[in-house]
Design a protein around this ligand. Sequence first.
Ligand SMILES: [Zn+2]
Length: 306
Amino acid sequence: MSTTGRLTILYVVSSPHSGSTVLSTILGNHPDVFFAGELYEIPEPAWIPGVTCSCGLPAATCPFWQPVRARFEQKANVEALHRDEGTFRNWKSLPRVLLSRKSGSGEFAQYAGRLGALVRALADQSGKRVVVDTSKGATRGRAYLALRSREVDVKILHVVRDGRGVVLSRKNREARVPGPSGGYRPAAALRYSVLWVGANLAYVLLFGLRREQYLRLRLEDVTRDPDRAFERIGQFLGLDVSQLRSQVRAGATFPVGHVIAGNRLRLTGQVRMQPELSDTRDQLPPGDRRLFSIVAGWTARLFGYS
Ligand SMILES: [Zn+2]
């Protein structure tokens, strides 16, 4: 199968624990949309025997990933992409990319080209015209934007979740991890509040001025009124999402597909819209709430949170 017409890369950015995987998995059930998770991880699991795809088969023999690897390798080198991910994945690479933009950094342009080859392989193999990536890194978003052409469109979906829910969710996650990096740490609320502000403001500054290419949605608006939220996403991508909307409205569960990297949700096999995600902010302890309010209150108000 091969796609004709313009390919759209939907790059989803958000602070971690903001519900972007659930949203993208649901979108991936649209007949024109392919979702494979956080693509920055792909070079490793897709090319290493032993990793299990969410379809239940090893990546080495999965009928989807086998041909994707072949298609990619016709155009690019996987070791080089893996190396690029090491160089550009971290936010620390962003200033260098922004400063070198005008002079056209060769290394960065090559990285963008390899990302293009990967996305094209996924689109051609799936036969779908929209490919979703939830990698979140800002540098990667800039690389995708560099790929815009008559053949490729790039859209940025910025998902914002109430920072109090994010801080609680990340602290809870940390508390479940055993060993020196896990357990409860009082400073975690401060750290996660700062990260929430930094990431969301960076996305607005880097992508928010591109009116045609940027859509910001609050997770709470998606969970409270999924009908309206999916309508907006459909308009943004030029897709008829009426079928998805009625499924979400009916509380349907959605299968995950051939995801081999990223969020642990992929291993559960299916997802559904979780209205309860909107209510967790009230469970954040009062001390943490005060801290969040001091550090992030003004940013939260900017996004419409009281
Ligand atoms: Zn598979």
